[in-house]
Design a protein around this ligand. Sequence first.
Ligand SMILES: [Mn+2]
Length: 386
Amino acid sequence: MGKSMRGLSRADEHRAVLGEIVDLTEEHTVDVVVIAGDIFESSAPSPEAEAIVYGTLLDLSQRGVAVVAVAGNHDNARRLDAISPVFAITGAHIAALPRPPTEGGVLRIDAGTSSAAFALLPFVSQRGIVRADHLMSDAAFEHVQSYADRMSNLIRVLVESCPADIPTVVVHHGFVTGGTVGGGERLAHLMNAYHVPALAFAPSIAYVALGHLHRAQKIPGAAPIYYPGSPLMLDFGDTDDEKSVTLVDIPDAGPAKVRQIALASGRPLRTVRGTIDQILSTTVEGDPWLRFIVEGARSADLAKDVRAHFGERAVEVRVETQYREDQLSRTDRARNPHELFAEYAETQGLADPLVEELFSELYDLAATAGDPASEADRYAPSEIRP
Ligand SMILES: [Mn+2]
């Protein structure tokens, strides 16, 4: 929540899609809503974004629906941690920081005659992993060094602490890979150092709810492991996705039944490509956000002409194969570096979720370097100079 479209508010779409999800909980008699992060776009969310999220949590509470949430890498973990005791009173449980099983890392929820245990592991940065595993005080941590091994151990400790007589659900925000990592190239090596292997999730786990990747997908593994994806299209790169929520039915015994339910709220993102004459004669159905890629002859008034024709929804007008340096000048300072990088990567033909994840990780390290005490507080996008 709180992510804008090239500086234009999407708050109406955020309200609509959360309202749609709240209605779905009633239609499908949902017991628990799981939010695997990111909750907010920024670690300094606007009061409007907070009002939308907190209002939704209270809506769910009034309908008797419990909430289990973990913080993601965009979230301000310490800020969410501060407010979490207040929301716990309403039945919304926010795990913002990694905690040992008995101090909030494991949560039991009873709904009617059914119960489930939730093992909660919010986003852990590479630098945060050492602190996190000290918390768990388990001898096995002394012998492992890699992020993947340490994270696997954290998950094991949490899952083994869950009651054995009820189903266990793991909720985690991070990058989980399948069994195969391809190639010997440097990028693959770096990514390999910063992921959680799907093998970390034991077959006894009823369901693994993941957040981080925008695209809805199932990760191959011994347990059912899913990313539900983002509820709105966030980037022009997402345009082929149908947005959905994941409905999971967990029986007292046996495998979970998982299905996607399409979401109708939110404006789609469309790219229109062609010469300026073709573009100006295009009819656009519905009310999407529009990106235009202009081929062939161009003029200084290109963007003005396109915006005059299509209005405010024409959020981006770009000339094919030419990256314009001046794009990174005035308006972009207020924008999110992840968004800027994704856009740049695309103009360079480098658009790839792995590249964007790597950028986010490097950015995280750079933005928090040298100040371990306030890792989450430091990131304020408007203060970072390009
Ligand atoms: Mn994330």
